[in-house]
Design a protein around this ligand. Structure first.
Ligand SMILES: [Ca+2]
Ligand SMILES: [Ca+2]
Length: 492
C-alpha cells in the first residue's frame, strides 16, 4: 500500500459506542470505517488501546493486550482486517516513555534494588537529585509537572515521572528494556499486522538533562523497526520548534509539525498571512538537512490542544478556512476526529475529547456518554447526519477538499514538499503555488471576514480554471476573482 495522504486521529473512548455501555470502542470504530472511507481517510491513528487505569489510557499496564472497555484482541484484528479491506492503514499509539505505576515492571521495580526490573526506571536519592540540580523541571507545553521526582513510601530512592507520579519514566540505559520494547513492536507489527506507530512523548525518552540522546535513541529505534518489519510507518510527537524536531527525522519517517499548527491558529485569529510560506520553506530546509525523505505530519490541532472550532469561536466560515489551509498545504494531514463536523472544546483535556455527534437523535446509541459534553452538544454542533445531505456543510467542505487533494497530483505530493510563494499586495490574502512539472496549482485564501477581489497578475494569469471555491457561485472573470469572506479558491 502506498503512503497515506490523509490521516485521522481517533480518541477511542469518544468516537463510537457499539454495545451501549457509553464508552467508545473498537467495534464502534469498525462500524464507522465506511464513513471514514467515504470522507477519504487513508490511515487512522488510534489513541492507546491497551489496558490502563485512566480514561485516556496513556499509562499502560499491559502492552500485549486490549483494554477490556474497548474490546478484545479479536475485535482489534477484525478492525484491522476491515480497515485493510478498505485500503485504510492503522497506526497504534506507542507509549513507551513511561508506564503506569501499576505495570508489573514498575510493581517489581518499586520493591527494591534486587530485581532486574529496577533498571527499567530512574531512581535517585534526594541527595543525588540535589547534587545534580535536577529537582525541578521547566514547564513545557506537554507537561506542567514541576517536581518530577516521586516517592515510594518508606524507600530512600525516588523515581522520575515527568508527566505525573502515576507515569514513571522508563530508563533506556537498560538493554533489557530496549529488548522488551522491540518485542512489543514485533508483536503488533508481525503477529497482529498494524501498519505503524505514533510515538508518544518522543522528545522525553531521556530526561531533559540528557535530551540530546533522544534523536539518537530514535535513530536506533528506526533501524530496529526496519529490521522487524521493513517499510513500517512511524510518526513522532516532538512538541518543539522545527530545529529541535529536525534530528528526529533521522530515525522516524514523519514528525508532527507543531510550529505549523500554531502558525495556522495565529493566521486564523489575526487575519494576516504572517509570512507563512517563507517560514514553512525554512522549516522544510531544516528538516531536509536531517533527511531529504522526511514526511511532514500536519494538523490543525490534536487531542492535547484546544479544538480548532473553539480557537475560531465556533465560526464555521473560519473552520472552513482552517480546513482549506490544512488540506492545500504540503504534508500528510491528520484530522482530529470531529473536526470535520465542527466539534468544539477547550482545555482541560477531557473537554477537547468529547463524544462525536453522529445523529440528532438524543438517544443515539452509538454516541459515547462517558462524559457529559460541555462544548460539543447538539445545540452547538450540527450532527453529522444533518451535514451529510447539505452540500454547503463543513463536513462536505472537508470531503470535497480531501477528494481534490488525493486526485490532483500537485496537492497529493507528500514527500519533498512542493510549495512556492505567490505574492499579492495585501497581507490579508494568502496565496501559494503547489508546484508541479505538468499541472501546478495556485491557491488563494481570503483571511478576512469580508469579500475581497483579487487581481491576478503575471504568471498567475496562467491559471484559468477554478478547481474549488468555498463559495461555489464565485467564478473567474477575465483576470479577477471574487473571494467570499474567509473563502478559498484553488486554480489550475
Ligand atoms: Ca462500548
Ligand atoms: Ca522519559
Amino acid at each position: 500500500m502506498s503512503l497515506p495522504r490523509v490521516c485521522y486521529e481517533i480518541f477511542v473512548r469518544s468516537f463510537c459506542d457499539s454495545n451501549g455501555d457509553g464508552i467508545g470502542d473498537l467495534n464502534g470504530i469498525t462500524s464507522k470505517l465506511d464513513y471514514l472511507q467515504d470522507l477519504g481517510i487513508e490511515a487512522i491513528w488510534l489513541t492507546p488501546i491497551h489496558p490502563s487505569p485512566s480514561y485516556h489510557k496513556y499509562d499502560i499496564t499491559d502492552y500485549y493486550a486490549v483494554e477490556p472497555e474497548y474490546g478484545t484482541l479479536e475485535d482489534f484484528r477484525r478492525l484491522l482486517s476491515e480497515a485493510h479491506r478498505r485500503n485504510i492503514h492503522l497506526y497504534l499509539d506507542l507509549v513507551v516513555n513511561h508506564t503506569s505505576t501499576r505495570h508489573p515492571w514498575f510493581r517489581a521495580a518499586s520493591t527494591g534494588t534486587a530485581t532486574p526490573y529496577r533498571s527499567f526506571y530512574w531512581w535517585m536519592t534526594q541527595q543525588q537529585i540535589e547534587k545534580r540540580g535536577i529537582g525541578r523541571r521547566q514547564l513545557t507545553a506537554d507537561s506542567w509537572e514541576a517536581n518530577p521526582w516521586h516517592e515510594v513510601a518508606g524507600a530512600p530512592e525516588k523515581y522520575y515521572g515527568m508527566f505525573t507520579h502515576s507515569m514513571p519514566d522508563l530508563n533506556y540505559d537498560s538493554p533489557l528494556l530496549r529488548e522488551e520494547v522491540y518485542k512489543i513492536v514485533d508483536f503488533w507489527l508481525n503477529e497482529v499486522g498494524v501498519d505503524g506507530f505514533r510515538l508518544d512523548a518522543a522528545r522525553h525518552i531521556y530526561p531533559y538533562w540528557e535530551k540530546d540522546r533522544n534523536p539518537v535513541f530514535w535513530e536506533e529505534f528506526g533501524k530496529q523497526v526496519e529490521i522487524i518489519k521493513p517499510g513500517t510507518y512511524t510518526v513522532g510527537e516532538v512538541w518543539a520548534d522545527a530545529h529541535e524536531v529536525a534530528p528526529y527525522f533521522k530515525g522516524l519517517k514523519a514528525n508532527f509539525h507543531f510550529d505549523l499548527s500554531y502558525a495556522l491558529q495565529q493566521i486564523l485569529l489575526e487575519g494576516t498571512h504572517k509570512n507563512l510560506v517563507s517560514k514553512l520553506r525554512d522549516d522544510y530546509s531544516v528538516f531536509r538537512s536531517s533527511n531529504p525523505a522526511f514526511i511532514d505530519a500536519t494538523m490543525l490541532t490534536n487531542h492535547d490542544q484546544n479544538r480548532i472550532g473553539s480557537v475560531v469561536e465556533g465560526d464555521v466560515a473560519r473552520m472552513k478556512l482552517a480546513a482549506a489551509l490544512l488540506l492545500t498545504l504540503p504534508g500528510q494531514p491528520y484530522l482530529y476526529y470531529g473536526e470535520e463536523i465542527g466539534m468544539l472544546g477547550k482545555k482541560p483535556d477531557e473537554r477537547i475529547r468529547e463524544p462525536f455527534i453522529w445523529t440528532e437523535d438524543r438517544h443515539d446509541p452509538q454516541r459515547a456518554l462517558w462524559i457529559r459534553p460541555r462544548y460539543s452538544r447538539r445545540g452547538t454542533v450540527r450532527p453529522l447526519s444533518r451535514q451529510q445531505p447539505d452540500p454547503t456543510s463543513l463536513f462536505n467542505h472537508y470531503r470535497q477538499l480531501i477528494r481534490l487533494r488525493k486526485a490532483e497530483p500537485a496537492l497529493a505530493q507528500v514527500q519533498q514538499p512542493n510549495l512556492a510563494e505567490a505574492r499579492l499586495p495585501n497581507d490579508s490574502l494568502l496565496a501559494y503555488y503547489r508546484t508541479h512539472s505538468e499541472r501546478p496549482v495556485l491557491i488563494i485564501h481570503n483571511l478576512r471576514g469580508m469579500a475581497q477581489t483579487v487581481h491576478l497578475a503575471g504568471t498567475m494569469q496562467n491559471y484559468r480554471n477554478v478547481l474549488f471555491s468555498t463559495d461555489a457561485s464565485v467564478g473567474l472573470q477575465k483576470d479577477t476573482i471574487q473571494l467570499a469572506p474567509y473563502g478559498s479558491v484553488i486554480l489550475v
